[in-house]
Design a binder for this molecule. Structure first.
Ligand code: NCD
Length: 360
């Protein structure tokens, strides 16, 4: 199939300046009628919203257990249409969004690469998205470029097109809905030990280019007395923007390359993959950084309640022998993604009350 050769570059006046504005200062721009319309970065989420989403996700999964409940859910958004525009590889995010839309009865269209759209003829990405906005109520975007989802939302809002945008992963920058499902998984793992507050969480691997750990770190502002341990090789240390954010919000964090020393002290370990698709030096791709892998022999070193998470896909970071341990939370985490994404979409279209009323 043809790859786009000469994509048209268009100049949008005002975008560059808007993009530079600090995220916390432009939250209102992405809201309509007192609720978020566009979901772009995890600084948009406050504690009340996060707690609400976790509850809603649990209600939806409960409701979906019965045929009657499932039928009721599938009537909620049967008048809405969604577009999945995924021009960067994805398995879980795509499938879980697709199924989240189906649970709520939405109609779906999808593009999974630029080779089958008019981008091959040179149409700009912005015009492509604007075209989707002519047909659907929600566009979910995965894109290799940081800021692309935000630009789309900015563009549509400028043109008064009330189409919701969800960022399903924006290059090495952010993945806010992954952060939602990570919080949901952590909250569920800690439900008998007081939830997220006061917990110690290690993030391990490629912290520099892993968008999931970046988005999740921003959410820590919403919880009391959380301590983060950034465990990474020197070349993949967490970037300064996240560290400044944590400092500004008085969130304790430590950096180390000694994984074993952290293991006995944490309530959760969030493993990540080396993001080799962003490597400038292909010769470094063979290096798998085994000192940052979690092996079955480590299971005896971590606390009995410690949850092991991974956004997946995994390479060599977690040995398969770990999968059967009850502390391995990553397959549950993957499933949680579908429920919390359904919750998020229900929220965007103001459908959550019907769901909450179901068991009240
Ligand atoms: C992550 C991503 O795409 O950022 N995957 C996912 O969405 N579950 C993590 C990764 O690719 O390493």
């Amino acid at each position: 199939m043809d790859e786009p050769k000469e994509v048209t570059i268009q100049n949008y006046k005002g975008w560059e300046d808007f993009y530079k504005i600090e995220k916390s200062a432009k939250l209102d721009f992405f809201m309509r009628d007192g609720r978020m319309l566009d979901i772009l970065f995890s600084q948009q989420f406050d504690r009340k919203f996060l707690d609400n989403m976790c509850q809603l996700a649990t209600q939806i999964r409960r409701m979906a257990l019965t045929k009657m409940g499932a039928r009721k859910l599938s009537g909620l958004l049967s008048h809405k249409r969604a577009m999945l525009y995924f021009v960067q590889p994805s398995t879980r995010t795509f499938i879980s969004f697709l199924n989240a839309c189906h649970i709520l009865g939405m109609k779906i269209s999808e593009i999974r690469g630029t080779t089958t759209s008019s981008e091959v003829k040179g149409e700009s990405q912005e015009d492509t998205i604007r075209t989707f906005a002519s047909y659907v109520d929600l566009i979910i975007i995965r894109h290799p470029e940081a800021g692309f989802a935000e630009k789309t939302a900015w563009l549509l809002n400028q043109n008064n097109l009330p189409v919701a945008i969800i960022n399903g992963g924006s290059g090495p920058d952010q993945h806010p809905t992954q952060a939602l499902l990570d919080i949901y998984t952590l909250e569920r793992s800690f439900r008998n030990i007081g939830g997220m507050d006061g917990k110690k969480i290690a993030m391990v691997g490629d912290l520099k280019r892993g968008r999931t750990v970046r988005s999740l770190s921003y959410l820590m502002r919403n919880y009391k007395d959380v301590t983060l341990y950034f465990v990474a090789p020197e070349v993949f240390r967490m970037r300064d923007d996240i560290k400044s954010f944590l400092n500004k919000h008085h969130i304790e964090f430590h950096e180390t390359d000694d994984f074993a020393s952290v293991m006995p002290h944490v309530d959760a370990i969030y493993m990540t993959r080396i993001q080799k698709e962003y490597s400038e030096d292909p010769t470094s791709e063979a290096e798998t950084y085994p000192a940052f892998h979690f092996k079955s022999e480590h299971l005896s070193r971590i606390p009995a309640h410690c949850a092991i998470l991974h956004p997946l896909p995994r390479r060599y970071e977690i040995e398969v022998a770990v999968d059967n341990d009850p502390r391995a939370a990553y397959w549950r985490q993957e499933r949680n993604g579908m429920w919390i994404r359904a919750a998020l979409i229900a929220y965007i279209f103001s459908a959550e009350q019907v769901i909450f009323d179901e068991f009240s």
